[in-house]
Write a protein that binds this ligand. Structure first.
Ligand SMILES: [Zn+2]
Length: 296
């Protein structure tokens, strides 16, 4: 997890002073086929934007009202059409801006049905995640700090959304990185949420590693060679990156299994034993624990 800057405690969420507190004007990166992405500074979380003639889809809303306000200001530099929101998954840095967007006229919010259940079950955990960055959201006190649940639950079948003269496809693709991960396809661009991570190790805390590997294998082999993958954090990547991440995770799962088989029942591996995994001490321990807990 990247270091989180402390905002100005006197700033009101969403107002100009909040911008001065560190969330300055967010810059869009233009992607193929009329897609955009920007990065909110706190967790370096990517939001996506796809613009149709009648509506635009915003993918992930940030950690709370401060980030959401900066994201909405950025959206309005691109388009004035109505917005729909897609949440790629149930981690607070991706969906706790929902209430700000609800208050600013957004009615349709999409997420995986398993992700919605996870949001409901882990509200305290998600608020705690963003506390340093979004103190009002962390405390559940102040404007736009409700947990606004998605209004449309996606299943595993692809769901076509008509934005006006263009369609995008939403799909709950797993529980891989977290319960009910959703991807959004728009032309050659695939917004992948935290299923793909660039610039840091994958985050295994709520993962199902075997299902995650299967999903990566599908993406690495099934996607077109010119697909642009937008990760939840980090820069857009190509299929070769996804193939490398897949190979690394396959090898890591194999090493975890060898390690688990070598340990007496009930004994946790030491840090040095976990150093055979490529993800650093913390994420390697999460991965080991989640693999043991979620697969036979
Ligand atoms: Zn996540």
């Amino acid at each position: 997890m990247p270091d989180v800057p402390m905002p100005d405690p006197g700033a009101e969420p969403g107002d100009a002073r909040a911008g001065e507190a560190g969330i300055e004007t967010l810059e869009w990166e233009s992607l193929p086929d009329g897609c955009w992405r920007l990065t909110s500074p706190g967790f370096a979380m990517n939001s996506g934007l796809v613009v149709g003639s009648r509506r635009a889809a915003l993918i992930d809303t940030g950690s709370g009202p401060r980030e959401a306000a900066a994201i909405l200001r950025a959206v309005r530099r691109i388009t004035d059409v109505d917005l729909v929101v897609v949440n790629t998954h149930a981690h607070g840095d991706h969906f706790l801006g929902n209430d700000y967007f609800r208050a600013h006229g957004v009615g349709d919010f999409y997420a995986g049905n398993l992700a919605i259940s996870h949001m409901e079950a882990t509200e305290a955990e998600q608020r705690a995640l963003v506390l340093a960055l979004e103190p009002e959201m962390g405390a559940g006190a102040g404007a736009h700090t409700a947990i606004h649940m998605p209004t449309h639950a996606l299943g595993s079948s692809p769901y076509e959304l008509n934005l006006g003269d263009r369609f995008i496809t939403l799909q709950q693709v797993g529980s891989a990185h977290s319960p009910g991960d959703v991807t959004v396809r728009a032309g050659r661009v695939l917004f992948a949420g935290d299923v793909i991570e660039q610039g840091g190790p994958p985050n295994f805390g709520d993962s199902r590693p075997v299902q995650w590997l299967r999903l990566l294998e599908e993406l690495a082999s099934g996607e077109a060679i010119d697909t642009v993958f937008v990760p939840g954090h980090g820069s857009p990547v190509g299929r070769d990156f996804v193939q490398r991440q897949t190979g690394e995770m396959r090898e890591a799962i194999a090493r975890c299994r060898i390690l688990a088989a070598s340990l007496p029942a009930g004994r946790e591996p030491s840090d040095s034993e976990l150093s055979v995994l490529p993800y650093g001490a913390e994420e390697s321990r999460f991965m080991y624990g989640r693999l043991v807990a979620t697969s036979p």
